[in-house]
Design a protein around this ligand. Structure first.
Ligand code: ZN
Length: 498
């Protein structure tokens, strides 16, 4: 495979306008699958949640899951879409071993929801993303390629198939073409996927975990010369699985397409794989046009014709729209626009909100999620939401600080322990012996040693130069490995030297 010539992102934008399209798959959290009664529990033993319907055995007949229809309609409404009064499922024919029926039950020209929009915010600017459609379909099974270094089928010794996921309800949300200022394109793509995640969680229709694949984004991208009206050929980067990766995939594809176009080459219409390790993409399979799928209406399923009165009932169950919620939280928390922008930009809005609900002050919640934890996430190359610490645990750590049992410095070690899987904050404090010493006996001895160690500083304090107390406090803290109650140490020093 030849290495593509990349053009620097900023240079590419001087000549080309990126055009994006985003397809997001949301796995619904229904108890059972889309067309059968099999459970949908994540992480079960392979092939234990299957039946004749989801295995595509001859003669098995599917039945639509009403809860999935309800979720699909609520998603459509939240995306400001029109809800179809009558629509059908369609068979999308293609052969893949992870799809036992040899067709996927999907929707084609009659989606349940169409023509909507969402507004996303990037650096204080609002961008409207138009939604073409949101349609229902079923997930495929999962292939596991064993042997070989890449985990892909090439070079593998053999492949295993798990059909537990086959037939889990999915909603695919497809945007119309997105044309925003080129330098904003990566951030807008990220903000949009982040927005959808927040929306799905608020609706309660999916756990929308990118790291577990319950929310997956495909990034379509093409370039056209600035001023041109005709679109270029697009590539489709599949299954990008973090917000950060969405942003990186857009940037990389802009650089790659520009390299091909600058050299007078032709962009190939194909799917591409995204590589987390270095932020690059590589060729997948040539992308079929719709004709190749031989779509036709699914004869085994009745059309879906939701009663308009029911749709209105569902509309009444919609959660507060994300933009309004952000404004409300900003007022409640007393943050300025910049604070909120940082929180939303870091994908930490829900985390901060849940931490506040668990008892921390907004300022403390923001401090930890945007400081220590954002830094850790960045080091690990993951989104903050994927860190193995819960908002409740963050609130507990803050309450240990508020109770004077640990200080900020020790708290960092507690975060480290919780993230390393050493247990709850309290257990980490115990196991690592992190508690602040405020026992006067132990502190008093350490203070005496500090005074003996630095008679000059002690004399200055006796002479009324209280600023010199810092040096003695520093000595005590060092001796007690940061675990002394600094306020009490200061009091003791001043008492002894007054
Ligand atoms: Zn089944």
């Amino acid at each position: 495979m030849s290495t593509p010539t990349l053009v620097k992102f900023e240079d590419a934008l001087t000549r080309y306008q990126p055009v994006m399209g985003l397809e997001v798959h949301v796995e619904l959290n229904t108890a059972t699958k889309m067309f059968c009664g099999c459970p949908t529990t994540f992480g079960a033993e392979p092939n234990t949640q299957v039946c004749p319907v989801c295995l595509g055995l001859p003669g098995a007949l599917p039945v639509v899951n009403a809860k999935a229809i309800e979720s699909a309609i609520r998603i459509g409404l939240a995306l400001n879409c029109q809800i179809a009064e009558w629509c059908r499922f369609a068979r999308k024919n293609y052969f893949y071993p992870d799809m036992p029926k040899n067709f996927q039950t999907s929707q084609y020209d009659e989606p349940i929801a169409s023509d909507g929009y969402v507004d996303v915010e990037v650096e204080g600017e609002t961008y409207r993303i138009e939604i073409e459609r949101a349609h229902m379909e079923e997930d495929t099974g999962k292939s596991l390629h064993v042997g070989g270094s890449t985990g892909r089928i090439h070079g593998a010794d053999y492949s295993l198939l798990d059909y537990n996921r086959a037939g889990i309800p999915l909603i695919e949300i497809v945007t119309k073409t997105i044309e925003v200022p080129g330098d904003k394109a990566p951030a807008v793509a990220r903000a949009y996927v982040n927005h959808l995640r927040d929306l799905m969680v608020a609706l309660g229709v999916s756990d929308a975990r990118m790291d577990q694949g319950s929310l997956r984004a495909d990034v379509n991208l093409s370039l056209k010369p600035i001023g041109a009206t005709e679109f270029g050929t697009r590539s489709e980067t599949k299954n990008v699985n973090s917000f950060r990766s969405v942003e990186r995939a857009v940037r990389y594809e802009i650089s790659r397409h520009a390299g091909i176009l600058d050299a007078g080459g032709t962009v190939v219409q194909e799917t591409r794989h995204f590589h987390e390790s270095d932020g690059t993409t590589s060729a997948g399979r040539p992308k079929s046009d719709a004709d190749d799928y031989r779509y036709f209406p699914e004869p085994d399923l009745a059309p879906v014709a939701p009663d308009p009165a029911w749709v209105e009932e569902l509309r009444a169950t919609l959660p507060e729209p994300p933009a309004e919620r952000r404004k409300r939280l900003q007022t409640e928390w007393g943050f300025n626009d910049l604070d909120m922008r940082d929180i939303v930009g870091a994908g930490a809005l829900d985390l901060v909100a849940e931490t506040v609900e668990a008892g921390a002050t907004p300022a403390a919640a923001k401090k930890w999620w945007l400081g220590e934890l954002a830094r850790t996430a960045n080091e690990q190359g993951v989104d903050v939401a994927a860190l193995t610490i819960t908002p409740a645990q963050v609130a507990q750590i803050q309450s240990l600080i508020d109770a004077g049992r640990i200080n900020d410095k020790l708290a960092r070690q507690v975060f480290e322990g919780v993230l390393a899987g050493e247990g709850e904050p309290e257990e980490v404090v115990q196991a690592r012996g992190l508690e602040v010493v405020s026992d006067d006996g132990a502190l008093s001895e350490a203070v005496d040693r500090a005074i003996a160690n630095d008679p000059d500083a002690a004399q200055k304090i006796r002479d009324g130069k209280v600023a010199a107390v810092g040096a003695l406090i520093g000595f005590v803290m060092k001796q007690m490995r940061g675990q002394a109650d600094a306020g009490r140490v200061r009091e003791l020093i001043l008492e002894k030297l007054s």
